[in-house]
Design a protein around this ligand. Structure first.
Ligand code: MG
Length: 164
């Protein structure tokens, strides 16, 4: 069976006056992530994981932050562009495993909502989507709640070969 793995990482600074959007879900918080687009670290990490598995560059190659069209862009657009490339390459997503690093807000209650959102956005069954959350143990830029980061790992397989 033809399978590949991909990994992606992203981080953005927390800033007052911005909405906090993680995995396409608006999370209630007094600050949000700063960036050229909507700064959804989860979708950015997932998009890079897909591009990584395909060996087709990274999100910055496809959507440069110097392009005004990407200003405040909904990161679902970036994910969909990677999913289109995936389909055009004859692959399908097998599973998604995501870890979000956030000291604040606590994401325990939001994990299930983010998981359902990722399943919906990718058309992967929810039982093949994992969303985990870690704090920064109050150390470093994550632990001081200055930023939120995300790591995504995925498996893709040739579409006609099914999942294991
Ligand atoms: Mg990003």
């Amino acid at each position: 069976m033809s399978i590949r793995v991909g990994s992606g990482h992203d981080s953005h600074r927390l800033k007052a006056g911005r909405p906090l959007i993680l995995g396409g879900v608006r999370i209630p918080h007094d600050r949000g992530l700063d960036g050229h687009s909507d700064a959804d670290v989860v979708l950015h990490a997932l998009t890079d994981a897909i591009l990584g598995a395909l060996a087709q560059g990274d999100i910055g190659d496809l959507f440069p932050d110097t392009d005004p069209r990407n200003k405040d862009a909904d990161s679902v657009l970036f994910l969909n562009a990677a999913l289109t490339r995936l389909t055009e390459s004859g692959y399908a997503l097998g599973n998604i495993d995501v870890t979000i690093f956030a000291q604040e807000p606590k994401l325990g209650a939001a994990k299930a909502t983010i998981r359902a959102s990722l399943a919906m956005l990718t058309n992967v069954p929810v039982d093949a989507v994992s969303v985990k959350a870690k704090t920064g143990e109050k150390v470093g830029h994550i632990g001081r709640a200055e930023a939120i980061a995300c790591h995504a790992t995925i498996l893709i397989h040739k579409r006609d070969e099914g999942t294991a």
